[in-house]
Design a protein around this ligand. Structure first.
Ligand code: HEC
Length: 501
């Protein structure tokens, strides 16, 4: 009898323990975030990763891509990470590499398919590949190339999403060949729609074409809500980052038009051509990235919102959607200067949100990467807080700003805050001959450069965008700031800008 009781106690204890023991692994609690009434706990669930670019949830695991070519699996119960695939022919340089990832929603008993997109290079030709694998007991087997499109050293997109009817949506980049986005026969700068076998669905809007919508530059986020509404995030050239609501056969305007149709030339163009405006745009740019739709009751403040990771602004943004899901009604900003660049966002079935950092990519921001980067973070509800509880951040600094803020907003993403640029990619402003010559400097800012002439012996090959959309006073602020900081050139006034416009 005593033994029985003893066993009973053990059983009860064991059951109690297994029910209450968090069946979730965590390395550390990093922060608490106070919303209106909910408190979220931010925990690190994986660290020391290399640019985890996209994540999907499967059976209490996160399957994720790393940009250099690995697919890994994180067990959320034990924290164990396993490499389940290494793709040998991934071409990784700057923004290219192993990028998109999606999972087919087979019935519960069948193993899903995993879809990946990555760039490869043969001789001098870069290709963007969509490949399907079969997921089988922690490995990926039987690769099948579904589609190959033109790639380039930049603007490869790319995000993937498989909807509940097992239709694949592929958000592609313009492959740095802007006119392709408006060319209906090209698959670049498009939302493509495919079956899981890579064929063209019978109900596609253009018969015998993968093309679903067009006029995109470089999409970096793709989300579909439970009603089937599609949303993307996209990088603008130097201004006008965008969130778009995607409809079949709509033309989103790139490269004819950027952002909202608000400048005189844009309004004129939009009169004659049917072009769809973004539902949100940002100037100065924030570099929007991964996007997910939040439908859970777990965090009521965020229900029916788009959750957006951003790179340049290094924040998480929650974009509340209107009832009809056609507009964004509020924007909330979190985690400024906390985790660095955020690349991917994923919502687990229980309402937990996972974010990945991107501090080991080609463009790390000041103070990063930290030794433990890159990380996967989990946001989940808690009833605890502590003295360093975080709150929502203030909205972005307004456009009317002094030289240093204008420089930070418009120039530092490429030329960096210290003016040293990025080797062989963006020229240094420190020591630049051109900025000492006020007239030449004003011309560069007003007209941009085409990247075709070497600067100090280096051929950069990418264009310097025009900033003629800025007001004369703003240009003067930036030019004088750059001169003061990096060159001790002559101060200029608005007369000089007016003369060169
Ligand atoms: C999207 C990236 C990007 C942004 C943003 C950008 N630039 Fe540039 N910039 C470039 C590239 C690329 C070049 C080289 C172009 C070439 O080789 O023709 C360049 C060249 C220049 C040069 C010529 C340097 C020299 O020594 O000849 C100046 C000056 C310059 N940029 C200033 C600015 C200022 C000021 C801003 C902010 C208002 C700015 N740039 C924003 C990418 C950028």
């Amino acid at each position: 009898m005593k033994d029985r009781i003893y066993i009973y106690i053990i059983l009860v204890t064991a059951t109690f323990y297994s029910c209450n023991k968090p069946n979730r692994y965590q390395k550390s609690v990093d922060d608490y975030l106070q919303l209106d009434s909910t408190v979220l706990e931010v925990t690190t669930v994986a660290d020391s990763l290399h640019v985890p670019w996209e994540m999907v949830y499967h059976n209490n695991k996160i399957i994720f891509t790393e940009i250099a070519g690995k697919v890994k699996q994180l067990d959320l119960h034990t924290g164990h990470i396993k490499t389940i695939l290494e793709i040998p022919d991934v071409y990784q340089k700057r923004t290219t590499g192993l990028l998109g990832l999606a999972l087919s929603k087979n019935d519960a008993t069948a193993e899903p398919y995993i879809f990946l997109t990555y760039t490869s290079k043969k001789d001098s030709t870069i290709t963007s590949n969509l490949v399907r694998y079969q997921y089988q007991t922690d490995t990926l087997i039987n690769p099948k190339k579904l589609l190959q499109i033109k790639g380039n050293t930049a603007h490869n997109g790319t995000r993937l999403y498989v909807d509940q009817h097992n239709i694949i949506y592929w958000a592609t980049g313009d492959a740095y060949d802007f006119p392709l986005a408006q060319d209906s026969t090209s698959l670049n700068g498009k939302i493509l729609r495919l079956t899981i076998d890579g064929s063209i669905p019978k109900d596609n809007p253009i018969p015998n074409s993968y093309v679903y919508a067009w006029g995109f530059r470089n999409m970096q986020g793709l989300a579909i809500d439970e009603q089937g509404n599609i949303f993307t995030s996209e990088h603008g050239e130097a201004i006008e980052d965008e969130i778009n609501a995607i409809y079949p056969l709509h033309n989103y305007g790139w490269p004819l038009i950027e952002g909202k149709h608000d400048l005189p030339a844009e309004l004129e163009l939009a009169k004659h051509k049917k072009l769809t405006q973004p539902i949100r745009s940002w100037t100065p740019v924030i570099a929007p990235s991964g996007l997910a739709f939040y439908s859970s009751d777990q965090i009521p403040e965020w229900k029916n919102s788009l959750i957006l990771a951003t790179l340049k602004s290094q924040t998480l943004r929650v974009l509340k959607l209107s009832e009809d899901r056609k507009q964004i009604t509020h924007e909330h900003i979190y985690f400024s200067n906390r985790y660095g660049r955020l690349r991917a966002v994923m919502v687990a079935p229980n309402g937990d949100i996972f974010l990945s950092t991107s501090n080991r990519d080609w463009n790390p921001q000041k103070g990063f990467p930290k030794a433990s980067d890159d990380k996967i973070l989990r946001l989940s509800i808690t009833n605890k807080t502590n003295s360093i509880t975080l709150h929502e951040d203030k909205p972005d600094e307004t456009k009317k700003a002094k030289g240093d803020i204008l420089y930070k907003n418009y120039c530092a993403s490429c030329h960096k805050e210290d003016g040293l640029g990025v080797k062989n990619t963006f020229p240094p402003l420190v020591g630049s001959q051109r900025i000492r010559d006020s007239q030449a400097f004003v011309d560069v800012i007003l007209n941009g450069l085409d990247g075709k002439k070497p600067i100090n012996g280096i051929l950069y090959g990418t264009l310097m965008p025009s900033f003629s959309f800025l007001k004369d006073e703003e240009l003067v602020e930036i030019i004088n700031y750059v001169n003061r900081q990096f060159a001790d050139g002559k101060e200029i006034g608005t007369d000089m800008i007016k003369k060169r416009r």
